[in-house]
Design a protein around this ligand. Sequence first.
Ligand SMILES: Nc1ncnc2c1ncn2[C@@H]1O[C@H](COP(=O)(O)OP(=O)(O)OP(=O)(O)O)[C@@H](O)[C@H]1O
Ligand SMILES: C=C(C)CCOP(=O)(O)O
Length: 246
Amino acid sequence: MVTVLKLGGSVITDKNTPETVDTRALAAAADALMSVSEPLVIVHGGGSFGHVHAAEHGISTTVGTTNWDGIYAVHAAMKRLNTAVLDVLHDRSIPAVPVHPLSVAERDRDGTLSLPVSSIDRLLKEGAVPVLHGDVIAHEEHGATVLSGDEVVTHVATGLSADRIGICSTVPGVLDDEDNVIEQIYSYDDVEAYLGGSESTDVSGGMAGKVKTLLSLGAPATIFGPEQLQPFLDGEAVGTYIDGSQ
Ligand SMILES: Nc1ncnc2c1ncn2[C@@H]1O[C@H](COP(=O)(O)OP(=O)(O)OP(=O)(O)O)[C@@H](O)[C@H]1O
Ligand SMILES: C=C(C)CCOP(=O)(O)O
């Protein structure tokens, strides 16, 4: 019973202040994770770390660069956030280990992602909690482009045949035009009118990018807010259920 969980950058950082961890929100999420005894992969987003540097250097999920100083600036920021997450997990004796996508993932000329999961699978079997993150990765003939945490979730979840996939963002789910949580999404067209980017600097498309990525997953996933993290981990149905495989 493998769970892949994304902690949104909008949850664990103050997305309006560059390179600022939301220590209270991160601690609350880590407290909830202490209850997990089954195999767990954590992925975190960029928040005020990766997105700010990626925007500064003009890098997005589709627009690449060969400015390796800029690429390193984005990756280094993501590693600083990753270390902050790992420290908080280790404070709670959660056996977290970092896995950096830049070291293993790539996109081909058409943008197709390859992200091998055998080392993640082995870490899980040995009892560790791999902690991946959105990153910059090599992209054939484009230098490097941004890999969103949502793409990491879909690829790792597919590769590991994960049983549960959760995306904890700052909102309680995907909202309609009256701010009600949409309970189920099966097609992008049905909800496109409600979807926007992020309110803060974000190079991976905010909620619109998230829904599009999750619909391509081929398995159900759930988007929910920080208050629903514990209920999600307890197996309850929360937030917005997204399934593009229907
Ligand atoms: N219909 C919608 N429902 C909910 N949120 C929406 C909607 N349209 C746009 N948004 C925005 O999308 C944001 C969530 O996307 P965002 O990419 O910021 O989340 P995240 O994955 O938690 O953060 P990060 O990308 O840094 O990891 C919300 O905070 C909100 O501002
Ligand atoms: C901006 C970078 C490097 C990571 C983006 O990941 P996301 O916050 O999950 O979209």
